[in-house]
Design a protein around this ligand. Structure first.
Ligand code: SF4
Length: 319
C-alpha cells in the first residue's frame, strides 16, 4: 500500500561561506493516513530542515541535494515553485514555533485567518469569515474573539490561532514545529490534547517536531530520532522510548523523563552536536558516546533492524 508521505534518502545541504553543511543526510521515513510521527533531536539535528524541505520553505542557501519526497504518489522534489505552492496549506501545512512572532501584530486574528482562505482556497470574504469562526471553535477559542489583535491573546491561545491558520485549507498533513515550546506545562498539555483531538476528528496525519521526547511520546505513533542530520533510531514510539537502544536516544530519554513534570532537561547530554562542515569520522556521535570503540571512530554505522518496527544505527546493536 502506498504511504501518504514517503521521504526517501533525503539530502538537504546549506551552502555557507565556510563550506557545505549537510543538514539532512540520507533521511527516509513514511507517514500513513491518520498517523502521527515525531521527529526528535537536539537543535541543529536536521528535524526542522526536514520539515522545511517537505514544505519547500527552505531559505535561499538551502537546496535539496538528493532524494525524493512522495506525497500521494507525486514526487514533490520535481515540482516547480508554482506547483508546490498548491500543496502547501492545501495538502501539507506547517504551524511554526513561537506563535508570538509568526502572527502579524497589527492585523486582527480574523483577518489573518480569512486572508489565508481567500488567497489559497479562493473563498469570498463572507465564506472565509464563517469558516474562520468554525476553525476558532475547532481549536477551542471563543469565535466572538475574531476581531481581537494577537496581543490580546495569551501564549497558548496564540498557539491555537497558529494551529487554526495551519488548518485553514483543510490539509491532510499538519506539521507542528515545536508547537508547545515556551508554553507552561498545563498549556503544553492542552495543546497536545488539541492536536490529538484534531487528528481524531479530522483524520489528519501529524508530523511533530520536538527536542522533547516525552512530548512526542504523548502524541505520536512513530518516532524518528535524528542526530547531526542522520536518523540514529526509529520505530514505534513504544520501541524507541521504552526499549531505546541507541546511546543518544537513551540520553534523550533520561533528559526528558516525564511529560507531566518539569519541562527542563533533568540530565544534560555531555558535549555538543558536531560541526557539520567538518563532522567527526565514523559515527558522528562518537565524541560524546561513553560506549565508543575504535571501530566507531573509523566506520559510520548504518540503520539496521534490531526488532520488528525498530531500527538503530550503532555498531554495538543488532549484530
Ligand atoms: Fe556510540 Fe559507537 Fe554506537 Fe556510535 S556506533 S553510538 S559511537 S557505540
Amino acid at each position: 500500500m502506498m504511504s501518504l508521505l514517503e521521504v526517501k534518502n533525503l539530502k538537504t545541504y546549506f551552502h555557507t561561506k565556510e563550506g557545505i553543511v549537510k543538514a539532512v543526510d540520507d533521511v527516509s521515513f513514511t507517514l500513513e493516513e491518520g498517523e502521527a510521527i515525531g521527529l526528535v533531536g537536539e537543535s541543529g539535528c536536521g528535524k526542522t530542515t526536514t520539515a522545511l524541505s517537505i514544505t519547500s520553505l527552505l531559505p535561499e542557501e538551502g537546496t535539496i541535494a538528493g532524494g525524493e519526497i512522495h506525497y500521494n504518489g507525486k514526487n514533490l522534489v520535481e515540482l516547480n515553485s508554482n506547483q508546490i505552492r498548491r500543496y502547501r496549506w492545501n495538502e501539507i501545512s506547517i504551524a511554526f514555533q513561537g506563535a508570538m512572532n509568526a502572527l502579524n501584530p497589527v492585523k486582527k486574528i480574523g483577518e489573518q485567518l480569512t486572508d489565508v482562505m481567500m488567497y489559497h482556497n479562493k473563498l469570498d470574504y463572507k465564506a472565509a469569515r464563517k469558516k474562520a469562526k468554525g476553525l476558532m471553535e475547532l481549536v477551542e477559542i471563543d469565535p466572538e474573539r475574531i476581531d481581537q489583535y494577537p496581543h490580546e491573546f495569551s501564549g497558548g491561545m496564540k498557539q491555537r490561532v497558529m494551529i487554526a491558520m495551519a488548518l485553514a485549507c483543510d490539509p491532510k498533513i499538519l506539521i507542528g514545529d515545536e508547537p508547545t515550546t515556551a508554553l507552561d506545562v498545563m498549556v503544553q498539555a492542552q495543546i497536545l490534547e488539541l492536536l490529538e483531538k484534531l487528528r481524531q476528528e479530522l483524520g489528519m496525519s501529524l508530523i511533530l517536531i520536538t527536542h522533547d521526547l516525552s512530548v512526542m511520546a504523548e502524541t505520536c505513533d512513530k518516532a524518528v530520532v535524528m542526530y547531526a542530520g542522520k536518523i540514529v533510531e526509529t520505530g514505534t514510539v513504544e520501541n524507541v522510548i521504552n526499549h531505546s537502544s541507541h546511546p543518544y536516544t537513551q540520553k534523550l530519554v533520561k533528559a526528558f523523563p516525564d511529560i507531566h513534570g518539569k519541562r527542563e532537561m533533568t540530565e544534560s547530554i555531555p558535549g555538543s552536536p558536531p560541526d557539520l562542515i567538518n563532522p567527526p569520522t565514523g559515527c558522528y556521535f562518537h565524541p560524546r558516546c561513553e560506549q565508543a570503540t575504535e571501530e566507531c571512530k573509523k566506520t559510520a554505522p548504518t540503520l539496521r533492524e534490531i526488532a520488528k518496527d525498530h531500527y538503530v544505527a550503532c555498531h554495538l546493536r543488532g549484530e
